[in-house]
Design a protein around this ligand. Structure first.
Ligand code: URA
Length: 254
């Protein structure tokens, strides 16, 4: 019979794992990885030369280029097996909003809520983003003139929301590029450093923000990420200036 001590011991172990960042149980029995072979046994005869290494960026380019519409791009991403993030994520978070919008917003990567629900920017940062957009009369839905289209550089949530690795950004970039071509927006908003890294090849959002540049052959405006604004409310002042700059540009080219 289970004793109270067993219960408290098990509970303490569980709390400790949660503290370390465990978010879900994936098996009833633990796996002792020290007892596993270092490498999987070869499946082909050593006499047969191994196939040339597949370059994930080359595969991504070929898949993305072939996608003639958004549904095909979604399917191409879903079939892309070279990104480890896919295996740890629950959802492929593709996009939200109006595909005919004048403004395309490119964020970083799904967080926990986005991964759970399958839509970009639905957590706390997303709620702030919606309020920021509403302040200049933009929304996810509605007619093309007043709406936005939202996606991320990465469609899969990185574990523990860690920063994406450069090679992950590089292999997903062809999909972002094709996504922009298919939407063909008038302007792009690059939300935060990772988005600037992908679109402009540089970081330093504090210097980049508020200065119009060009990414994916389209005029773009780098802005502070709403998650940063939640942590640093004083920066909302600059974010407001950038929103007004976006509004002014949309009005000027109407
Ligand atoms: N942060 C992002 O950059 N994208 C999301 O979808 C959610 C949070």
């Amino acid at each position: 019979m289970e004793s109270a001590t067993d219960y408290h011991h098990a509970k303490a172990l569980l709390d400790w794992q949660i503290e370390l960042g465990a978010t879900e149980a994936i098996g009833d029995a633990s796996v002792n990885r020290y007892e596993m072979p270092d490498k999987p046994a070869p499946t082909t005869s050593p006499a047969i030369a191994p196939a040339a290494e597949t370059d994930p960026v080359t595969v991504a380019r070929a898949l993305a280029m072939q996608a003639g519409d958004l549904a095909a791009l979604h399917t191409a991403l879903a079939g892309f097996e070279h990104c480890e993030l896919k295996r740890g994520a629950r959802s492929l978070v593709f996009a939200d909003g109006n595909p005919t919008a004048r403004v395309m917003i490119i964020g970083e990567a799904p967080g926990r809520e986005e991964d759970r629900i399958g839509r970009p920017f639905v957590g706390r940062a997303g709620q702030l983003l919606d309020k920021m957009l509403a302040a200049i009369n933009l929304a996810r839905d509605g007619d093309a003139k007043k709406s936005v289209y939202i996606t991320n550089v990465l469609p899969w949530r990185p574990p523990q929301n860690r920063d994406p690795k450069p090679e992950e950004i590089a292999m997903l970039l062809p999909f972002v590029q094709r996504h922009v071509e298919l939407i063909n927006p008038e302007v792009i908003v690059l939300m935060g450093n990772i988005s600037c890294q992908a679109g402009l090849g540089k970081r330093g959002i504090t210097r980049l923000r508020g200065h119009w540049a060009e990414a994916y052959s389209t005029p773009c405006l780098p802005m502070f990420h709403p998650a940063y604004l939640l942590r640093t409310p004083a920066a909302k002042r600059e974010a407001w200036a950038d929103l007004l700059a976006l509004q002014a540009r949309l009005r000027a080219s109407r």
